[in-house]
Ligand binder design. Structure first.
Ligand SMILES: [Zn+2]
Length: 196
């Protein structure tokens, strides 16, 4: 696509499509395209930080930089219990559910306070013990593995620093975090949205 086609492509998007692309799917946008995006945002009077969010997805980060993004999330109230005393961190909730003809295994990231993270991993283990094992072969084989993964993830829930699950979440959502870094409500929305 030449630049004119790209310009038209963005022009045809609705505001919500454009926001979604810029905050979550802007990896690999060519440098010369950012000027087009900037003009499109101005024309629509959309939040100019959306451009920063798109740029953020195309940068390399040092550990300190990632840490400063993750601190923004860690200071938020817990999306589950709403408390603010403990700094938030991340975990992965691993579950296996067996149905009559198939087994579904999932790994969902969760950002919350350490107490709520522990509860999520515990519940996932109980859930998997009861609902995971009985389908042969996958339910039976995956159940102990997924229980072990919750157990392992749980060990990182009370780390003082940002744990691996949180860092992975930050990298995955860097465009959204950069765009809304001064907007606590939106940051809360980003972490809440992935809490199940
Ligand atoms: Zn909590």
């Amino acid at each position: 696509m030449d630049l004119e086609d790209i310009r038209k492509h963005y022009e045809r998007m609705s505001d919500s499509q454009l926001i979604l692309v810029l905050t979550t799917n802007a990896r690999g946008i060519r440098p010369e395209v950012f000027e087009i995006i900037e003009k499109e945002l101005k024309k629509r009077r959309l939040n100019p930080n959306l451009l920063d969010g798109a740029l953020a997805q195309n940068k390399e980060y040092s550990l300190e930089e990632i840490e400063s993004y993750s601190e923004l999330l860690r200071e938020l109230p817990c999306p589950i219990c709403k408390r603010k005393e403990l700094k938030l961190n991340g975990t992965i909730r691993y579950t296996v559910t067996s149905f009559i003809v198939f087994t579904s295994a999932s790994a969902e990231p969760i950002i919350a306070c350490p107490n709520c993270l522990d509860k999520k991993n515990n519940n996932a283990m109980i859930f998997t013990v009861f609902l995971g094992w009985w389908s042969i072969p996958w339910g039976f084989l995956k159940t102990p593995l997924y229980i072990y993964r919750n157990y392992k993830a749980k060990k990182e829930n009370r780390l003082k620093e940002s744990n691996n699950a949180l860092i992975a979440f930050v990298l995955e959502h860097i465009g959204e975090i950069e765009t809304y870094k001064q907007d606590e409500k939106m940051l809360s929305y980003i972490i809440e949205n992935y809490e199940l």
